[in-house]
Design a protein around this ligand. Structure first.
Ligand code: 2P0
Length: 327
């Protein structure tokens, strides 16, 4: 297929409750451990991909500005993979909008590569099933494998390209929210890809954490399926803090905690002591996401805002990736 074709897709950000941290195979993005996430309704990426007949360098625009350097290389490498697999030729024009608070440092690679995988494969005339789409999105960014699905998703680590993909975890009636404390909107000090590699290569705590992940995952899956917020929250918090412990023990240390991060974590403890089910998680940055009941969202947001002095946003479980404009 060599004429002009285009497609537009939307995919939502996900936040892991049991984290992915560390790759066994960097080329194929095969992780050390399986992970389980919640897709969020409030934060998403909309991406249009247009292939044109002429050869040339791909053009990538994010939020109206050209993307350059390593981020652009990651997109073009991904498009090369799609072209190789589908036989499509010609350059691509990619236009992407992140609907997240500007510069919030939220997991935009998860939604970004899930939307790109769906838009690019569709623009090449290929209709992938959800498993194949998850496997393709994984090649762009590991966490993107989970953003193919709405609600809760389990990414099976697998051992090769075929066996490493996410699938939905059903949890009828489970309706928690995440209160996101936007602690810092600046660029992170170490990007997650480099931080992950350094942790695997140098942290003496990495293997013990990875060894504990299967038990966390098994308990988490059961807790999500029975809609047990307190069990989900307890596993979420211990798994995330354990992941950050592996980073703190890396050489040199990778530390994403800012003073306001610790204040937000203190507020979460105080909420629990006051009888409100609130549990914290953090990713590769200083922002704190607090899992709680929908009915407690305002109280949790207020407490976290008062303690950390930063803006907050509330998100519930979001939908699966979908096409907005098909070729
Ligand atoms: C996660 N994070 O499970 C973990 C927890 C951050 C902390 O996935 O290198 O952008 O593109 O596969 O998916 C962030 O890493 O990494 C991430 P790559 P990605 O959500």
């Amino acid at each position: 297929m060599n004429g002009e074709t285009r497609a537009t897709a939307v995919a939502h950000v996900n936040v892991a409750l049991v984290k992915y941290w560390g790759k066994r195979d960097a080329e194929l993005v095969i992780p050390w451990t399986s992970s389980l996430s919640m897709t969020l309704d409030a934060f998403y990426t909309t991406t249009s991909v247009r292939f044109v007949a002429e050869p040339g360098d791909d053009e990538v625009v994010l939020n109206g500005a050209p993307v350059t350097g390593v981020p652009r290389q990651r997109v073009t490498a991904f498009l090369d993979l799609v072209r190789t697999r589908t036989g499509r030729t010609g350059k691509a024009l990619v236009d992407s909008e992140n609907t997240v608070p500007t510069g919030a440092g939220l997991a935009s690679s998860s939604s970004g590569f899930a939307a790109l995988a769906l838009a690019a494969s569709s623009a090449c005339g290929v209709e992938l099933d959800a498993t194949a789409l998850s496997r393709l999105a994984r090649r762009g960014s590991g966490s993107a494998s989970r953003s193919v699905f709405g609600g809760f998703a389990l990414w099976h680590a697998g051992h090769d390209d075929e066996s490493s993909y996410a699938e939905p975890v059903e949890s009828p009636g489970f309706d928690p929210v995440m209160v996101v404390a936007l602690v810092d909107t600046a660029h992170k000090s170490v990007n997650s890809r480099d931080a992950m590699r350094r942790t695997v290569e140098t942290s003496p705590l990495f293997r013990p954490w990875a060894d504990s992940a299967p038990a966390d995952l098994k308990e988490m899956r059961a807790a999500v399926e029975r809609a047990d917020l307190d069990a989900v929250g307890e596993i979420t918090e211990r798994n995330a803090l354990g992941m950050h412990a592996t980073m703190l023990a890396a050489r040199p240390a990778v530390r994403y905690f800012a003073p306001a991060t610790v204040s937000a974590l203190d507020a979460v403890l105080a909420l629990r002591r006051a009888g409100i089910s609130a549990y914290a998680t953090m990713d590769a940055g200083p922002n704190v996401k607090v899992l709680c009941r929908r009915a407690d969202a305002d109280a949790v947001a207020e407490a976290v805002h008062a303690a950390a002095g930063c803006p907050t946003a509330v998100a519930g479980a979001g939908p699966a990736a979908r096409l907005l404009v098909a070729p």
